[in-house]
Design a protein around this ligand. Structure first.
Ligand code: TEU
Length: 533
């Protein structure tokens, strides 16, 4: 029986609808395709689906540029199909979390169209307009300010020029966001994943950043977990939930969030959000520029995860993820995707992901051990981040930059879901918007169902354990320190129930010492656990 906070014992599965399942042969995944594949999720045993954006959008950033918050893009379906998805999920006992992108809109959103039309337009102040731009660098390369013809002023966009930032200092903006979220709640959704939500409170002075030498600099100190962020989130939650009964899950995606802020954001007493996506572990080795990231040192990932475990042990709650639609494939980034170690490393990482303290998030395809794909040329990429980065940096080091895009590019996570070994991996009967990874002939769902040695069945077992073991879902966490930095060993405990977990996160054998003092030799990427009373 759950005592509220249902999300503590839940496993969330992220669907990137564009790449999940295509029902109509246009090469782009859609809601009807997702509905047709819900048995996959039921078989896996997940509790919650987080659906990346399906709203009307020019798709400059694959739907993270929304032009209408209360509709469905025809490429994905319509509101009736969305309602059917909600009903189908609920009838299987699953919940739906939708993706809310309100740091910015699309430049095609009517709010921005009005705002840009004239300096005295009532919606002018809904966005950030200035006569003089600052020198902040955009997440997607180039400046964060673009001059608009209509009035000659510049508008702020932390991401692409087609993604103008909303001005949350304006109370009407905050009210409009809350109303829109209530509308979705009334439609039956169970929660919200809020995109880059810790970037919405900017320092209104918009100070200049330190110049990197090319005229631009890192302005993140002036908009990351900014001055009024905690107030805004508490206000938003209260407004969305006013008069609503039933528990709603609020997840904040928060680049650059610190442990200290995350503890505040997820402190139930403050009623801001329930879960935070932090970025420290996925930013390891970035050196300020993710496309320069090299391989991780042994123990780097473990130390980082452990810091977050300790930091949120008493107040707040962790979320665990090793991959999503913005990251390279977890087995390629944190594991070893060679033929020899791929399966074992995908399983070892899953063992950590699903047995750690905190709500785990599985990204579509990771439950199959899907890997980074093959990119021959820069124009094989479709992602705005990669293409802009190539345009800005490719000329100075074409070989190195292409290597960076291959290792870190977001399209790695966006190739079609690998359902079977057939044409286009069973994703579409048409021409896919992004080619399926050639390794789908070997790595696919159909080949793994029921195979006890498969990555899929390993995930299924761990998810089932999370549902039956209170030590895993709610228990304490303590690391069992090791001499070798590579293996991660920890104990989860609740009442008299105790689970000891080990995972060798390296491609060489090692020996670990269990809490009892007993030694255990582990093969490369070997992982396991013991259940005890
Ligand atoms: O991502 C925010 C973010 O900070 C990064 O992960 C970003 O995608 C980029 O890789 C930084 O180098 C969110 C969404 O998840 C992402 O898909 C969107 O592109 C972005 O916000 C803008 O809405």
């Amino acid at each position: 029986a759950d005592d509220g906070e249902w999300w503590k014992s839940s496993v969330v599965y992220q669907v990137y609808p564009r790449s999940f399942a295509d029902s109509d042969g246009d090469g782009i995944g859609d809601l009807a395709g997702l509905i047709s594949r819900l048995d996959h999720l039921a078989r896996l045993g997940v509790d919650v689906v987080w659906l990346s954006p399906v709203y009307p959008s020019p798709q400059v950033d694959n739907g993270y540029d929304i032009s209408d918050y209360q509709g469905i893009d025809p490429v994905f379906g319509d509101l009736a199909t969305f309602d059917r998805l909600v009903a189908e999920l609920h009838s299987r006992g699953m919940k739906l979390v939708i993706d809310i992108v309100v740091n910015h809109t699309s430049d095609q959103h009517p709010w921005f169209q009005e705002s840009r039309s004239a300096k005295d337009n009532p919606k002018r102040d809904w966005y950030w307009w200035r006569e003089e731009p600052t020198n902040w660098r955009s997440f997607f390369s180039g400046p964060t300010w673009t001059r608009d013809e209509a009035t000659g002023e510049y508008y702020l966009h932390l991401f692409a020029p087609a993604q103008p930032d909303l001005n949350w200092e304006n109370p009407d903006v905050r009210r409009a966001v809350a109303e829109m979220m209530r509308w979705w709640l009334d439609r039956g959704v169970d929660g919200f994943r809020m995109d880059v939500i810790n970037l919405v409170s900017k320092d209104p002075a918009l100070p200049k950043a330190l110049d990197d030498g090319d005229g631009l600099g890192d302005g993140s100190a002036f908009y990351t977990s900014g001055p009024r962020i905690h107030q805004y989130l508490a206000e938003l939650r209260a407004r969305v939930l006013e008069g609503h009964t039933g528990e709603v899950l609020f997840i904040g995606e928060m680049p650059g969030v610190t442990i200290e802020h995350a503890a505040l954001f997820t402190d139930p007493a403050r009623a801001e959000v329930d879960l935070v996506f932090q970025f420290e572990h996925v930013s390891l080795g970035h050196q300020g520029d993710k496309f320069l990231a090299g391989p991780l040192a042994p123990g780097e990932l473990v130390d980082c995860l452990e810091r977050w475990q300790r930091g949120l042990a008493d107040v707040g709650w962790n979320s665990s993820y090793l991959g999503n639609h913005d990251q390279p494939r977890m087995v390629s980034r944190f594991g070893d995707d060679s033929a020899e170690h791929r399966v074992a490393s995908a399983k070892a990482l899953a063992t950590v992901l699903l047995l750690q303290r905190g709500t785990p998030f599985i990204y579509q395809g990771d439950e199959l051990g899907m890997t980074n794909s093959v990119w021959a040329r820069p124009d094989d990429f479709r992602d705005v981040e990669s293409l802009n980065y190539w345009d800005a940096n490719g000329h100075r080091d074409p070989v190195g930059v292409l290597q960076g895009l291959r290792a870190m590019g977001r399209d790695n996570a966006r190739t079609p879901m690998q359902w079977d070994s057939g044409r286009h991996a069973g994703f579409t009967t048409g021409a896919p918007w992004l080619p399926a990874n050639p390794n789908h002939v070997e790595i696919n769902a159909a080949a793994q169902y029921g195979d006890p040695g498969s990555v899929f069945e390993h995930y299924r077992g761990l998810i089932a354990l999370r549902h039956t073991s209170r030590a895993i879902s709610h228990g304490t966490h303590r690391q069992v320190p090791q001499e070798d930095p590579a293996p991660y060993c920890f104990v989860r405990e609740a009442g008299t129930e105790r689970v000891e977990v080990w995972a060798n996160l390296s491609s060489r054998p090692t020996t670990v010492r269990l809490e009892s003092g007993q030694r255990r030799t582990l093969a490369p990427w070997e992982s396991g656990f013991t259940l005890g009373g």
